[in-house]
Design a binder for this molecule. Structure first.
Ligand SMILES: Nc1ncnc2c1ncn2[C@@H]1O[C@H](COP(=O)(O)OP(=O)(O)O)[C@@H](O)[C@H]1O
Ligand SMILES: [Mg+2]
Length: 382
């Protein structure tokens, strides 16, 4: 019987490609035009890494197969560029980097792009959980083969940390404060000695890090209390606080860019127009601060209303409009999908949302058609 042939991995469609694959043209263009020398093992110079993360005003002209092509370098992370600069400097230094902030502020996103631009690989990642073990940070053994052959280098299963050490790359450690202190402590020796000892091996029992090796960790400030880092570990990290986007225009830009990219991934040809994005960003900003633009205050909901949450609402609204509506995303689609992201476990938040609708949205509906549509759809959805 003929076997159905699986397509080659490189030709297979992938739901979400890592940054270095998705943005390979931009990374190649930056490498071609790099005017500065990259630090040891880095793919790009610090200036080009910054340009990759925050974008450039003009496209880069590069030569591909003898032809000159303009490659636009898009902005990936929106926020303070000085903060990104500091993150890059830290990664070129002795110390590791810890990005701290509220959930959904783009910490993992920034760490992925930094790893992609600096070491050309963002997939050496450890996900911190209450169940993370020391093996996942250092190394493990293929037990069956160790029983048969004894410990040998090729029976060893390296961790992402070990792989990054061998190549002089970056390892990403997500949600580091979720790990128990014993496991976090395994990092102290890795960060200070820059090596991993493998005492089970008779010889060659040390793995030394090549220049360029470093760690980018992320932690949610809401979870800080879970397992705070030990003083010894704190000293080995530079902390960079990632704030919630406070500026209306920036938030509109993030939601617009990210939802466009995600909708392309799902092959949904919907577009979010400016008035719709404006209402969405306004509701999020006002509910987050408990204060309207014109100074009316109301109680705040207990959930975090992050930019990531706003992107989620925009995406759901567009998918809804595509499958159950006309395809055009209206303010009403936003209103319908908003309720679930504001009212989560705390039913008191329902009251907060009702109050916002009654006090703020209703007042605006008299003068503004978008707000009228928003108010009516939201009241119906409650
Ligand atoms: N400042 C920002 N710039 C760009 N994208 C952002 C920003 N804040 C949030 N996002 C988007 O929000 C989504 C979730 O962010 P993520 O990195 O997972 O958050 P965190 O790790 O901080 O909880 C990502 O798709 C990211 O693109
Ligand atoms: Mg994260």
């Amino acid at each position: 019987m003929a076997k159905t042939k699986e397509p080659e991995p490189s030709k297979q469609e992938v739901l979400r490609e890592p940054a270095e694959v998705q943005y390979r043209a931009q990374l190649a263009a930056l490498a071609q035009r790099d005017a500065d020398t990259p630090p040891a093992s880095w793919k790009l110079s610090p200036r080009s890494v910054l340009a990759y993360v925050v974008g450039t005003a003009k496209p880069l002209s590069v030569k591909i197969d003898g032809k000159t092509v303009d490659v636009p370098i898009t902005r990936k992370f929106f926020g303070d560029d000085a903060l990104v600069e500091r993150a890059i400097v830290t990664l070129a230094s002795e110390r590791a980097l810890l990005l701290v902030g509220e959930p959904g502020t783009g910490k993992s996103w920034l760490s992925e792009h930094l790893a992609a631009a600096i070491s050309g690989c963002s997939t050496l990642t450890i996900q911190g959980t209450a169940g993370t073990t020391e093996d996942q940070i250092k190394y493990a053994w293929n037990i069956a083969r160790v029983i048969a052959e004894g410990p040998r280098p090729d029976n060893l299963i390296p961790s992402p940390t070990m792989l990054a050490m061998r190549t002089g790359g970056l390892v990403r450690f997500e949600e580091i404060t979720r790990c128990v202190p014993d496991v976090q402590d395994a990092l102290v020796s890795i960060l200070s000695d820059k090596n991993i000892a493998v005492p089970e091996l008779p010889d060659a029992n040390m793995v030394f890090a090549r220049p360029g090796f470093n760690i980018i960790a992320t932690a949610n400030s809401r979870d800080q209390g879970v397992n705070e880092l030990s003083a010894a570990l704190k000293r080995r990290f530079n902390y960079i606080h990632i704030p919630v986007v406070g500026d209306h225009k920036t938030e509109v830009a993030i939601v617009r860019d990210r939802s466009r990219e995600l909708l392309e991934r799902y092959k949904i040809p919907a577009r979010l127009e400016e008035p719709v994005l404006n209402v969405l960003a306004t509701v999020f900003r006002e509910m987050r601060s408990g204060m309207t633009t014109d100074g009316t205050s109301f109680p705040k909901p207990s959930t975090t209303l992050s930019t990531a949450e706003a992107i989620g609402v925009a995406l759901d609204a567009a998918i809804h409009a595509r499958y159950f509506g006309s395809g055009a995303v209206g303010v009403a689609d936003i209103a319908r999908n908003l309720v679930g992201s504001i009212v989560k476990e705390d039913l008191g938040d329902l009251q907060v949302l009702k109050e916002y609708l009654a006090v703020v949205a209703k007042k605006r509906s008299a003068k503004d058609a978008s707000w009228k549509e928003f108010h009516e759809a939201a009241v119906k959805a409650l």
